[in-house]
Design a binder for this molecule. Structure first.
Ligand SMILES: Cc1ncc(COP(=O)(O)O)c(C=O)c1O
Length: 371
């Protein structure tokens, strides 16, 4: 699908560029992006802005990628004043580079900032940082099928003060990491452990914010699930321990035998996934009835056992749409359907990736051209 629209560019104050004096050579770059494991390879540059309580946001700049000096008393190191986002830039067959619904990430970063008493980065600055960095490091966007440039914007409290307060100095950074297809060699169903002893978030907590602390707290249950032979953890609500919430890094969907698709309602505990809302729209358009409501573990177990629930899938930026083949928890172990990727899961996955990679018309205006 070719699209002749020019990149929209940025309206915010321009990012001044401090070029990397020793960028990777063409050969080094080719080698590093050939088959990168997630999150290990980074481009030559990073974007940055600084906020102070007195002056607000300023000094937009692109710097060489590298370590950042931090005072040992910086607030992020003590009280976890950190939030982040994750989105991808895709190279289309026509050579252009696009990203998927980036303003939604910018707005979610603002909502996370509000919850953590961090300053909200204007959407225009968020967008300008992405345009500027991807333009400069465009050769790092991989061309391989299913590959992309993963973009990681984040905010950290950098003021030097051991007292607990909203930071008076904050840094915004954007780093970029070429990543290969999540499922090399085809989509494989994942297995999920339903966690009863640990909770991801509670009412009034930080579950809907994308703050680093949520992920730190998910590591112990994730390790325990791995030891039990499961790939991912599904969390239940902390108040009753009976209602499905989400995975450590993905939202969850259930497909019933008649093609109705259910997903937990946004209750303040779960992340408002951008893939989640896109999947709901695509399923609606494809004639599925989609329902956002509480789904109990009892209903899930009984539904899988009886065949009333035909498919379960998880979704998020990293893995797009991931079929769930097996679910286990205290006292149960179930195969979902025949354990293989289901037709509804795979159809919506295809619909979404076709839009993201420019193989289908973007009727929603979801793709933003960067280069
Ligand atoms: C806890 C959690 N839930 C859901 C998601 C999926 O969100 P999105 O589709 O916006 O990537 C993510 C990933 O960002 C996540 O970390």
């Amino acid at each position: 699908m070719t699209d002749t629209t020019a990149p929209a560019g940025a309206t915010a104050e321009a990012f001044r560029v401090v070029p990397n004096p020793a960028p990777a050579t063409r050969e080094e770059r080719a080698d590093r992006i050939a088959n990168p494991r997630f999150g290990l390879v980074f481009t030559d540059h990073m974007a940055r802005m600084t906020w102070t309580a007195d002056e607000g946001w300023g000094d937009p700049r692109i710097e060489p990628y590298g370590p950042i000096p931090l005072d040992p008393a910086a607030s992020v190191l003590h009280y976890a004043q950190e939030i982040f986002e994750g989105l991808k830039a895709y190279r289309w067959a026509d050579g252009s580079i696009r990203t998927f619904r980036p303003e939604e990430n910018a707005k979610r970063l603002q909502r996370s900032a509000w919850r953590m008493a961090l300053p909200e980065l204007p959407v225009e600055d968020f967008m300008a940082s992405i345009y500027s960095l991807v333009e400069l490091d465009k050769d790092w966007v991989p061309t391989a099928e299913g590959a992309s440039l993963y973009l990681r914007p984040f905010l950290i409290g950098t003021d030097v003060f051991l007292g607990l307060r909203a930071p008076k100095k904050v840094d915004y950074l954007l780093i970029a990491s070429p990543s290969g297809p999540y499922f090399a060699g085809g989509v494989k169903p994942v297995s999920i452990w339903v966690e009863k002893d640990f909770f991801r978030a509670g009412p009034g907590g930080t579950g809907a914010a994308k703050c680093g602390g949520n992920y730190a707290a998910s590591l112990r249950p994730q390790i325990a699930a791995g030891e039990r032979g499961y790939d991912q953890v599904l969390y239940l609500d902390a108040a009753t321990g009976s209602v499905l919430e989400e995975l450590g890094g993905m939202n969850v969907f259930v497909v019933t035998r008649d093609g109705t698709v259910l997903t937990p309602v946004l209750n303040g505990n779960i992340l408002e996934g951008i893939t989640r809302s896109s999947v709901i729209e695509l399923l609606d358009e494809d004639g599925h009835k989609t329902v956002e409501r509480n789904i109990t573990l009892k209903e899930l177990r009984e539904g899988i056992e009886s065949g009333e629930i035909a498919e379960v899938f998880a979704c998020g930026t990293a893995a797009v749409v991931t079929p769930v083949g097996r679910m286990g928890g205290e006292g149960f172990e179930l195969t979902v359907g025949d354990g293989q990727p289901g037709p509804v899961t795979m159809a919506v996955r295809q619909r979404l990736t076709d839009i993201q990679y420019g193989r289908a018309e973007d009727t929603h205006g979801w793709m933003q051209r960067l280069v």
